[in-house]
Design a protein around this ligand. Structure first.
Ligand code: AHG
Ligand code: MN
Ligand code: MN
Length: 331
């Protein structure tokens, strides 16, 4: 029988390798809250057309966006599964204006989980890939900061990050700082099974990914950069791919390389994507896989958040394209 490695086993093995001592299991138990919620969300998505789960929920979230029913369901699944873990001090969700805090003593409640429960909501009812994105921070010791200050740590302080992409197969990709690893959901046993270890983003790729409908209002250097890419200025041909679900566009860039751009636009002068639960976790993964992630000029992971729903311009991808972008933006 082919031996399988589940996410929980992989985390325990990693921790034992890194720390050299028996893993406490706290982190692995935490991650199992995410994988359980992901399986609940996946089941709902698979049957979306058959149940009354697609379409608008009929309320707006703090982002001023129409919540889809699946946004609300995914949010409740994550809050429920993670809230039961006593190692969780606080939960921050794209769908909730305020953090959910648990008054657990700092010794027990050591972790903060930040998440986008359902990414790419606009694609649900047209059956295009959507995802879940999560980021794990450690609570600051009381003498170093309050729980609220613990939520606003820069991305370099993440202890782990990952996403689930619900597509032709359901894949969980995570890193706890020791490489990027992928797990594919085997529905016959209901487990995420190791399918890729130490994933590396290609040095250069064949795709650029941007919502070019906004190009007219980007800062001019981004238009000039795309012109360079299109005219072979980066030394090869490119194709354009834009799914409109960040997780899907990230997953393709992780595996195939290339570059994704969401520059400032007239509608979103600070950028559209959210720092805490979209840019930071994916930037952590991009760097762990040998790629780069910036605001166009500065490293995403060094941004000091001011608010839990703060937005940022977000560009990520292969080193070759990202270095060319940095030169174009600085020019
Ligand atoms: P969410 O569904 O969590 O609000 O995220 C949607 C985001 C992201 O998934 C995607 O990259 C981006 O919105 C697409 O924005 P545009 O439609 O403006 O291109
Ligand atoms: Mn999103
Ligand atoms: Mn979302």
């Amino acid at each position: 029988m082919a031996m399988i490695t589940t996410v929980q086993q992989h985390i325990l093995q990693q921790q034992t390798e890194i720390t050299g001592k028996e893993a406490s299991g706290t982190f692995s138990w935490l991650l199992s809250g995410i994988t359980l919620a992901a399986k609940m969300i996946e089941a709902k998505i698979r049957a979306a057309g058959l149940s009354d789960i697609v379409g608008a929920y009929g309320a707006e979230n703090v982002q001023g966006e129409q919540q889809q029913k699946l946004d609300v369901y995914a949010n409740q699944a994550l809050l429920h599964c993670l809230g039961l873990r006593d190692s969780v001090a606080a939960l921050v969700s794209e769908e909730d204006a305020e953090p959910v805090t648990f008054n657990r003593d700092p010794e027990t409640g050591k972790y903060i989980i930040v998440f986008d429960p359902l990414d790419g909501s606009s694609n649900i009812d047209v059956n295009v890939n959507v995802g879940t994105i999560f980021s794990v921070l450690r609570r600051l010791p009381p003498e170093h900061g309050t729980l609220e200050e613990s939520l606003l740590q820069p991305g370099v302080r993440q202890v782990a990050a990952g996403y689930v992409v619900y597509g032709p197969s359901t894949v969980l990709v995570y890193s706890s700082g020791n490489g990027v690893h992928s797990f594919t959901l085997d529905s016959s046993i209901g487990a995420f099974v190791l399918s890729g270890e130490h994933l590396r983003m290609p040095e250069q790729g064949g795709y650029y990914s941007a919502n070019e409908a906004n190009a007219g209002s980007w800062p001019a250097e981004y238009r000039a950069f795309l012109e360079t890419v299109r005219s072979g200025g980066l030394g090869r041909e490119y194709s354009s791919r834009y799914v409109g679900s960040l997780v899907a566009d990230f997953h393709r860039t992780l595996l195939k390389g290339g570059i994704f751009l969401y520059p400032p636009t007239a509608k979103a002068p600070q950028g559209k994507l959210r720092l805490l639960y979209e840019a930071n976790p994916l930037a952590f993964l991009a760097e762990q896989a040998g790629g780069l992630a910036t605001t166009g000029s500065g490293r995403i992971l060094e941004l000091r958040p001011e608010g839990i729903h703060q937005r940022t311009p977000f560009c990520f991808g292969s080193r070759h394209e990202m270095d060319a972008l940095a030169r174009a933006v600085r020019a």
